[in-house]
Structure formats: structure tokens, C-alpha cells
Design a protein around this ligand. Structure first.
Ligand code: AMP
Length: 430
């Protein structure tokens, strides 16, 4: 049997591929990343790219040793003869903050806005919308603790999906407070859950000692049952004065700009270096995995990675989930355009001439040629199959007069065009 791709991965295929769906369309992927680029660069974000594998320690510290991602879902990297303690990155933030510190990006005007897109890797149970290699668009702002930056980041995330045409999205906004607020909350949770510890899943028993807030994130139905039964008070009830003021400020900006959101007290990001604002972007009809993306402030992260204490905030959305949402809303994704012209030779001896004509056009437009000579009927069919606007033929008459027989495939109109006037003809005729 022919070899297969690994479970939980996808091939992104060109337009016209037999098994194409929007979730694996390379045109659709490009449409999402280009839209994100337009919106984010208008806001002053610069593109950054970091390695897709990093030191394990970066990910353990950057994502958190008590998370499922680190404990259960890491892809480790081995290479011949050695094991360097590397992992495939499960998310983008840790690598970007590392790069910020390592490359002295503090020198650039602050706050620094960065964006990227690329593959992320998590060894998860595979289902629709949950892959082992998936792709994210990622936006990070480093160097400001101002609530205005939080509100702008949320606005930008909403703006990208709005620009893509999605309407069924919802922002769920919360705050996880400052570290001292979380300490109080964790103490409350510990006291609340300890009498029920025996009934908790093994993972949550462990979380009870390490980081009780993570119990609220548990995927176990039993844990969620206990959480419902205990009527757990939300983190939002525990915000200190400063975190509460910050949260109110973020909300005031969003209200002033008319960004719709819902306060969701259940949002938790139980890592030490996450702070204050946290949110998720959901879509109503993409099934159980309704989160398109999420974001949050991580003021403690740079220091955790060994750099200077630098505030930051960021978000990421999953491109595959966005594509599922676009499909669910019936939004047509533009496919890549065909060539302006397809040039075919009618005899083998004119193939180099057809090639030369196509090459000469490529400084200004997409032009293709036939590698073998063809009969006129076949050449026109081939041009149509490739989505060309024009098909041109070179036979003995054309070669003798230095012209091409150019046919507009839409109107059927034919013209003899001099080779040196071809580029001008193609740009002015349509
Ligand atoms: P996270 O980094 O976990 O906050 O995830 C941010 C977004 O990335 C999610 O809302 C999803 O859209 C997407 N995502 C996360 N994990 C996966 C996965 N295993 N497969 C597909 N998309 C994912």
C-alpha cells in the first residue's frame, strides 16, 4: 500500500484537486493568512518567524508544566545519534517572547506588535477541528501593560474574522486577575475541592496540589459534574482593585468602539505568568470544538523565560477552525486565478518560441505555455482547463510574421497580435 500521511495531519491541496474541501484548500489557507496580514499590518504589526521546534524547557516554562499540552501532548524531536531535548512547538507565544528577548527587540519602538502564522503540533485525540498538526495565525504585543493594548488586540482579532466575512462569532471575555488574586482564588478552590478529592479524575487530583484553577479547565465529564455541583464562584469575584480597574478599562474601550462581547467568568488560564485579560472567540455552528481562538495577557512570561520583566499580550486562532466556520456560513473563498494567457505551439519546432513569448510576459503577468505542440482544439481546451483568459497559438504563419493568434476564451474573439505588442494587448484589451 502506498504510504499515508500521519494521523491528525492534512495535505493542503491546490484548486481543482479531486478530494478538495475548504479545510485543506491551499488557496483558502492563503486567503486567511493574507487577510490577517492586511488587517494586522494596517495596525503596525511586523511579521516574525521562529523555529517550529524549540528547547523542551522553553515550552515547559512558556506553556506551563501542569498543562495537558506539556504533560500529554508534546511531540519530541530526536535526531540521528543524539537527543537534544527539543520539542515541536505546540503554540507560538513562547517562541516569539524568546526571540524578543534573545534578539534585543526591546530596542524597537514599544509596544512592539508582531504577527506570524504557521504549523503547531499537539498529540491530541483526533476529531473534526482537532488535529495533531494544525495552523494558527498569531498576534503578540510586547512592551505595554496598558488596557488600551488589550482592547486593541481584541478589536483586531474580531476585525480579521469580520474581514473574512464571518458573522456568527462571539467574544467571551474574562479576567484572571493578578498573581496575588489567583493565590486567593486557588486557596478558595483547594478548600472547596479537597473534601471531594476522591471523586476527582486522577489528573485533577494532581491539579488540586499543583494548580487548582486547572481543574476548572478539565476535559473530564466527572470533574465537570463536580464543578457544577459545587457551585464554584468565578475568578472574577476574586479580582483585586487594580485588576478589576484594568478589566473595567478594557470593557470601557470595547464598549466605546462598539465591539460586542459577553463577560464569561468561567474563562481560566491557570498559569502563573498569565495575568488579567483573557478571552476566547467562539463560533456558534462549528460543533463541539466551537473555539476559533483565544488570547490573554502574559505579563510574567518574559521574566519566566529568563528575560527582563516585560508585559505582553497576544492571541491566536486556528486556521482550520476558521475554514470550517467559513464553510458553515456558506462563504465563498476566492480560488487562485488562472493564467492571463496560455500559449501553445502547433508544431514541435515552435515550442521554444511559445515558451519565449510566455517568459517575456512574466515580468507583469501570469503566463503559461505548452511543453509539447498541440492541435488548435486541444490547445483551447487546455487553456480553458487551466482557467486562462486567453489562449494563443503559434504555427508557421505566425512564426513567419512574428505574431500570435490570440483568442479570448470568454468572448471567442480572435486577433493577430505582434509578439512585441503582446504584453500591451493583454493589459489593455480586457
Ligand atoms: P490555544 O493555543 O489552545 O489557545 O488554541 C488557540 C486556537 O487554536 C484554538 O481556539 C483552535 O482554533 C486552535 N487549535 C488549538 N488546538 C488545536 C488542534 N489540536 N487542532 C486544530 N486547531 C486547534
Amino acid at each position: 500500500m502506498a504510504l499515508q500521511r500521519p494521523k491528525g495531519t492534512q495535505d493542503h491541496l491546490p484548486d481543482g484537486s479531486p478530494k478538495l474541501s475548504s479545510e485543506i484548500s491551499s488557496s483558502a489557507f492563503r486567503h486567511v493568512t493574507q487577510t490577517a496580514r492586511t488587517v494586522l499590518e494596517r495596525a503596525g504589526a511586523s511579521f516574525i518567524a521562529t523555529p517550529i521546534f524549540e528547547e523542551s524547557e522553553l515550552v515547559t516554562r512558556g506553556v506551563g508544566g501542569s498543562t495537558d499540552i506539556v504533560r500529554k501532548e508534546m511531540f519530541k524531536v530526536f535526531y540521528a545519534g543524539d537527543h537534544g531535548g527539543f520539542v515541536m512547538r505546540p503554540e507560538g507565544t513562547a517562541g516569539i517572547v524568546r526571540a524578543y528577548i534573545q534578539n534585543g527587540l526591546k530596542q524597537l519602538p514599544a509596544p512592539l506588535k508582531l504577527w506570524t502564522h504557521g504549523p503547531m503540533f499537539r498529540a491530541e485525540n483526533v476529531q473534526k477541528g482537532r488535529l495533531r498538526q494544525f495552523h494558527q495565525v498569531d498576534y503578540e504585543v510586547i512592551g505595554s501593560a496598558d488596557a488600551l493594548v488589550d482592547a486593541e488586540a481584541i478589536w483586531l482579532m474580531v476585525e480579521v474574522v469580520r474581514e473574512l466575512g464571518l458573522s456568527g462569532v462571539q467574544v467571551k471575555l474574562g479576567s484572571i486577575g493578578d498573581p496575588s488574586d489567583r493565590e486567593t482564588y486557588n486557596a478558595y478552590l483547594k478548600e472547596l475541592f479537597t473534601p471531594h478529592a476522591e471523586r476527582l479524575s486522577d489528573d485533577s487530583k494532581d491539579r488540586l496540589t499543583r494548580n487548582p484553577m486547572r481543574i476548572l479547565d478539565s476535559k473530564s465529564a466527572t470533574d465537570q459534574g463536580i464543578i457544577a455541583e459545587l457551585n464554584v464562584r468565578p475568578m472574577l469575584d476574586f479580582l483585586g482593585e487594580e485588576a478589576a480597574a484594568h478589566f473595567a478599562q478594557v470593557r470601557a474601550y470595547l464598549d466605546a468602539w462598539g465591539v460586542a462581547y459577553e463577560v464569561d467568568p468561567s474563562i481560566v488560564r491557570g498559569l502563573d505568568y498569565y495575568r488579567r485579560t483573557a478571552w476566547e472567540l467562539h463560533h456558534q455552528n462549528i460543533g463541539a470544538k466551537s473555539a476559533l481562538g483565544g488570547g490573554g495577557r502574559y505579563d510574567g512570561l518574559a521574566a519566566e523565560l529568563g528575560g527582563p520583566d516585560t508585559p505582553g499580550i497576544g492571541w491566536a486562532f486556528g486556521i482550520e477552525r476558521i475554514l470550517i466556520a467559513l464553510e458553515a456560513e456558506g462563504i465563498q473563498i476566492p480560488t487562485s486565478a488562472g493564467p492571463v494567457i496560455y500559449i501553445a505551439a502547433l508544431d514541435a519546432e515552435y515550442v521554444p518560441l511559445a515558451a519565449k513569448a510566455a517568459l517575456s510576459l512574466r515580468a507583469s503577468m501570469r503566463a503559461e505555455f505548452g511543453y509539447k505542440h498541440q492541435k488548435p482544439g486541444n490547445a483551447f481546451r487546455e487553456g480553458e482547463r487551466r482557467g486562462a483568459t486567453y489562449t494563443a497559438l503559434i504555427g508557421s504563419d505566425e512564426a513567419a510574421t512574428g505574431t500570435l493568434a490570440v483568442k479570448h476564451l470568454g468572448t471567442g474573439e480572435q486577433s493577430a497580435v505582434k509578439l512585441e505588442e503582446l504584453a500591451e494587448f493583454l493589459t489593455t484589451d480586457s
